[in-house]
Structure formats: C-alpha cells, structure tokens
Design a protein. Structure first.
Length: 257
C-alpha cells in the first residue's frame, strides 16, 4: 500500500491478511491519518502480487482540506468600537510561528479580491499537486508491452459454454500505476493480457471513425412573433467602481515563542 501526495510517496506499508481454509480472499480496513503532508489530494494505491506472478491493483483519490502545520487564531477584544477609540487584538499561534498581521479597509480588497490571503491562494501555486502519467519535459516515457498476445478460448463447465469478454481500458495494473505517476521495476506481470484480435479490431474501429463525415447544422430561425432578446443600454452596463481606498492601517510581523 502506498499513499502519494504532492508528487511523492508520503506513506507506505504492508498488510498481511491470513487466509482461511486455504482461500485467498478476505476484507480489512485501512486507517490513514490526514495531515498537512497529504493535502490537498491524497492518492491511495493498493496492490497484491498473486502466486502466479500477476499484479492486481486499485487506486483512489481523496481530497484533503487545505491545512497547515502551525495553527493561528486572531480576534479583537470587542466586535464593535467607536471611531477613534482604542481596541486590543489577541493573537494565538503555535510555538515558533512567524505571524504577519494586516489591517486594511474592506474596500481595498474590492479592487483586487485575488490579493486576499487564503488557504487556496497558498496551495494553488504548488508545482505538483497530483502527479499523473509518464510525461517528462514533453517526452512520453511509456513502456512497451512485450508480452505475447493471448488467443481467447471458450471453455465448457458442466455443459455450459463460457466465452471470454474483453473490456476496454479496465483492469490494467499498468494504467493504474501510470495514473499514479509511479515507475515500477519488477519482474511480475503488470500489463493486462492482450487479446490477439485486439490489433485487428482496433484498426477496423479506427477506420470506421475516420470515415465519418461532419454535416453542417443550420441555426434555427426565430419566429416573427417571438420577442427580440433584451439589449442592455450603456448606462445599465456601467458599474460604479470605487477608485479610492484608505491606506493600510496596520502591517507588522511578530514571532510566537
């Protein structure tokens, strides 16, 4: 089991499930702690290697709240005050925290709302939040599947004939590892067995898709009795934008010991 976040492996482990009555089947729970290392997205990969050398895997992504290691709390002594009166500001933070305090009028943020500090504004500039695929500097680093194709064969059990059905893009451990951004060096079979008829069917399907013809579509005509769409005047489109904002009242940095 591996947990990936911010383009790296943050947690890994092994779980041993005892087999009952020689049946390789069971159910168990995984307890994963959520912290700043797994934010903003944690991708969990669970896999098992069968005695036959086949790899069975599954992955799922979990959105994590944008949190920080150091906690801070800021509050005024009174929620309201008279103009010109004094007030007190209470600041509580984790040990060894460097806190920046800013006090401005709300109108300052009306002109540039994107300048407001928030957990999203801190996490959005991260270079990697979810690593997917094998692309590096515009180079595709996919590994070729060197395994030989398998001819599908029907089997008969208790007089009932079973014919294999091939699914498109499902159950391939290689694609799961690729979507998690993991390069694996192993001697187990990570590619899903491919059918010998896949290449012929794909070529026929691609030819059918290429021979499709796009027909022009005419826009529907508007009925004469239908009222015209409303048109806004220039006066209605004008918005009152405040172009004057007071100066910053407070801007300082303080450390918490």
């Amino acid at each position: 089991m591996q947990v990936m976040a911010k383009g790296g492996i943050v947690k890994s482990g092994i779980h041993v499930e005892p087999a009952e009555h020689a049946i390789a089947k069971g159910a168990f729970h995984l307890d994963l702690s959520v912290d700043v290392h797994t934010a903003p997205l944690a991708r969990v990969l669970v896999y098992v290697i069968l005695p036959s050398g086949e790899l069975v895997a599954h992955s799922a992504g979990f959105a994590v709240e944008n949190c920080f290691s150091n906690k801070v709390k800021l509050a005024f002594a009174a929620t309201e005050g008279l103009p010109g009166s004094s007030t007190h500001l209470h600041l509580a933070a984790s040990k060894d925290s460097l806190c920046a305090i800013r006090a401005v009028d709300k109108s300052v943020l009306l002109m540039k709302p994107e300048a407001e500090l928030s957990p999203q504004s801190v996490y959005n500039p991260l270079p990697v939040k979810d690593l997917r695929g094998y692309s590096y500097q515009n180079d595709n680093l996919n590994e070729p599947d060197l395994e030989k194709c398998v001819t599908p064969k029907s089997i008969i059990v208790d007089g009932i004939q079973y014919t294999p059905v091939r699914s498109q893009g499902k159950g391939d451990p290689y694609e799961l590892l690729k979507n998690a951004g993991l390069k694996v060096f192993t001697n187990v079979r990570i590619h899903r067995p491919k059918s010998c008829t896949s290449e012929v069917e794909n070529s026929i399907r691609g030819f059918e898709e290429d021979t499709s013809i796009a027909l022009p579509v005419e826009a529907p005509e508007r009925s004469p009795s239908e009222p015209p769409s409303p048109v806004l005047s220039v006066a209605e489109m004008e918005q009152l934008v405040r172009n004057f904002s007071p100066e910053t009242w407070l801007w300082l940095e303080t450390s918490v010991e």
